[in-house]
Design a protein around this ligand. Sequence first.
Ligand code: PMP
Length: 432
Amino acid sequence: MSHIFPRHTKSQPPTAVRGDGVYLIDSEGKNYLDASGGAAVSCLGHSDQDVIEAIKKQAETLAFAHTGFFTSEPAERLANRLISNAPEGIERVYLVSGGSEAVESALKLARQFMLETDQPKRNKFIARRQSYHGNTLGALATGGNMWRREPFAPVMVEGHHISPCYEYRNRAEGESLEDYGLRAANELETKLLEVGPETVIAFIAEPVVGATAGAVPAAPGYFKRIREICDQYGILLILDEVMCGMGRTGSLFACEQDGIAPDIVCIAKGLGAGYQPIGAMLCSGRIYEAIEQGSGFFQHGHTYLGHPIAAAAADVVVQKLTEGGLVKRSAEMGEKLDQALHAEFGQHPHIGDIRGRGMFRGLELVKDRASKTPFDPAMGIAGKLKKVAQANGLICYPGSGTIDGKQGDHVLLAPPFIISDSQIDELVGKLS
Ligand code: PMP
C-alpha cells in the first residue's frame, strides 16, 4: 500500500515514471499524450536536455542561498531576461515558488503600495465570478470560484466580483463583439461605484481564462477599457498570467495581444515548464519605488524565494521561449490545432464552442448545440470525458462550473509547444 495522500482520495491514479517529449509513461508502460501539459505547465515537453543540463550545473554550483542574506546569479539572470521581454512599465521581478504564491504576493504588494502612498482606506480587491487565482486563503478569497470558496468562506474576507468577459454565453443577440467587450468592462465601473472606488486596491483578472472556463479570451477592447477605469479611479490592475502566460497564448505575456500593460503580472506554470516549482510576480517601477522610497521592506516572503536551481532552469525556459522561437511556435502550432479541432468538432452536436489562442484551446460541451443548453451538472460530463480520455492514452484538463447560472462543462487543451503535426492528429483522433 502506498502512503501517498492523493488529490482524489477515492481513486488511486496511475504512477507516472517517465516523460518523453509530449508523452508521459506510467509504471505499466502505458503511454499518454499530454494534451494539457499537466495544467498548462509543460510548454517544452517532458525531456528538454537544455533545462536538465542547467539544473545539474546549478545544483553542482549553488543549490540554495537564503534571500534574507543573498540574491543569486541565476535569479538575477532570470529577472533581467523577464524584464527585457515584459510589458511596458514592468521593471521588477519577485521570484516565488508557484502560482498561488505569485498571486498572494501581488495582493499583498498592492495593499502595501496603498499604505506606502498614504491610501490606507483602500482594502478591497475586485475579481470576476468563476475566476480562480490560487488556493491559498488570500488568493481564494479574492477569486470568484464559488464551490472552492464556499467551505472556507467563514474564515476569509468577503469577495467582490463582476461578470467574466465570456462572449459565447453573455453577448446579446445582435451585439457586436466590441460593444460586448465595452459593456462587460463597464461592469467594473458599476461595481466600483457600488463599493466605493476610494476603498478599492486592485482589480485582478486572467487575460485568457484557463482552468475555470476553458481558454476564454476577452472580447476586443475589453482590457483597454478596464485599464482606463483602473487609471481613472486610481486602482491597480493585476493580471494573473499563471496559466496563460509564458507563450501559452502565442505571445510571451498574454496581455500583449490585448494591447495593455498591467501594474502587476503573475506568472508560474510555464515559467518552470514542469522542471522546477517556480513563479514570479512582476511589478511596475512606480510600485517598486514606492516601497524603496517608503518603508524599504516588502512585508511578505517565503523561504524558497528565488531558488537558484529553479531560477537557472526557468532562465533556460524563457531563453528557449523567446530567442529559441518557441513562443512563435506556440502561435503557429496553435493555429494548426485550432484548424484540426474545427475540422473534427466544428459541427459536433455536443460541442458548442471552440476557442482560445496559441497553444491554449477550449471546447465547451453542450447538451444541445443550437440552444447552447449545458449538460446537467450532476452528470459530471467533463470529468467523465477526462477519465475515458486517460484510459485511451490522452491527458486533457476538464472543467465545469457556472457563470451567472449559464456555463456548463469544458475541456482545456494546452499541449507542449513542441508538438508535431502528426501528434496534433493523434490528439484530435483520441479526443473524438
Ligand atoms: N492562477 C491561475 C489562473 C491558475 O490557473 C492557477 C493554477 N491552476 C493558480 C493561479 C495557482 O497556481 P499554483 O497551482 O501554482 O499555486
